[in-house]
Design a protein around this ligand. Structure first.
Ligand code: SAM
Length: 310
């Protein structure tokens, strides 16, 4: 096990936990019903799981696939390929994954600037109604002497139906500090309120997200997964596009961020991840979420600015 400083909150498992959690690792080997798969994580290649899952049950799909990059996920080494090859790869699993959605379901697909046009094309090819592209400024990125530092990611948002879909904007409002607090003639604050922390306004979120950091060592949600998504980001997707009690599916679950955030927000989940170590981390995080439902950056029903201490 890696030596860590006392302040480092990155998830670790001791041998006893590892053995206990290993007993909960499951693999689908025959067709499963909705009650079988609800609040479950399966450890296997999603191509072997998809044909065995029920169809039309998920309110929301969150898909965070390997991007078109050379990267190591445990034993799996992905290699950068051409756009055409990456499109073929995406089309191996996207149509069947979309079949998990209810007719009024929504889908979000994560990507970087290079895979973004391919994901857009794949979603179009699968007749998804593309509604928006969120750009997340994750800040951290490797600097380059001969290019602009890459510190954003895209998240394509679509729905199966053109008209019939769930979107709850009230649940994803942002609490922003007011720079120039306008007061009407009778002295009433316009659109803002004074609190003990300062003057704030609740605003509708745009498709540019600059209020979310990637998980890092001092955050309890952090794991050693190489491309872990923050719970705060997933909370926005889940609150906006899955009703309470609904079900969120994630076919590339990684360290479990989607399942954990769904559980914290009273939604059900289904996750698939082929790496057993990542599944153990996800199971451990789910256990912790039973008693600690905090999501860093989301408190009192609103999303706070980056580094607000909330
Ligand atoms: C970009 S990561 C997802 C990270 C995740 N959102 C999180 O917050 O931890 C993609 C994940 O997909 C897994 N993966 C790749 N190919 C897979 C496949 N065919 N079936 C199941 N999982 C796969 C990798 O092991 C990796 O953990």
């Amino acid at each position: 096990m890696k030596e860590r400083s006392a302040r480092n909150k990155t998830l670790t498992l001791n041998e006893t936990e590892r053995q206990r959690l290993s007993e909960s690792i499951r693999k689908l080997t025959s067709e499963a019903s909705l009650s079988d798969v609800t609040d479950r994580i399966y450890c296997q290649d999603l191509l072997t799981a998809l044909p065995l899952l029920p169809k039309g049950f998920a309110d929301l799909l969150i898909i965070d696939p390997p991007y078109n990059l050379s990267i190591q996920f445990g034993d799996l080494r992905t290699r950068k390929s051409s756009d055409e090859e990456y499109l073929q790869y995406v089309l191996q699993w996207l149509p069947q994954t979309l079949e998990l959605l209810k007719p009024d379901g929504s889908v979000y697909v994560c990507c970087d600037w290079q895979s973004s046009p391919v994901i857009y094309a794949a979603l179009k090819q699968c007749n998804v109604h593309i509604r928006n592209r969120i750009t997340w400024q994750r800040e951290k990125g490797r600097g380059s002497k001969s290019n602009w530092k890459n510190c954003t990611e895209d998240i394509w948002y679509g729905t199966l139906s053109a008209k019939d879909f769930y979107f709850d904007v009230e649940s994803v409002k942002q609490k922003r500090k007011v720079i120039a607090p306008y007061v009407t003639a009778d002295g009433t604050p316009k659109d803002w309120e004074e609190t003990q922390d300062g003057k704030f306004r609740l605003t509708c979120p745009s498709n540019f997200w600059d209020d979310i950091s990637i998980p890092y060592w001092s955050m309890p949600e952090n794991t050693d997964h190489p491309t872990q998504k923050p719970e705060k980001l997933l909370a926005k997707l889940i609150l906006a596009s899955c009703p309470e009690g609904g079900i969120v599916a994630d076919p590339f679950l990684g360290s479990g961020s989607t399942a954990v955030t769904a559980a914290k927000l009273n939604r059900h989940y289904l996750g698939i991840e082929m790496n057993p170590e990542y599944v153990l981390w996800a199971l451990k995080r789910l256990e912790t979420a039973q008693t600690d439902t905090r999501i860093q950056g989301y408190a009192d029903g609103v999303f706070w600015e980056r580094n607000s201490g909330k």
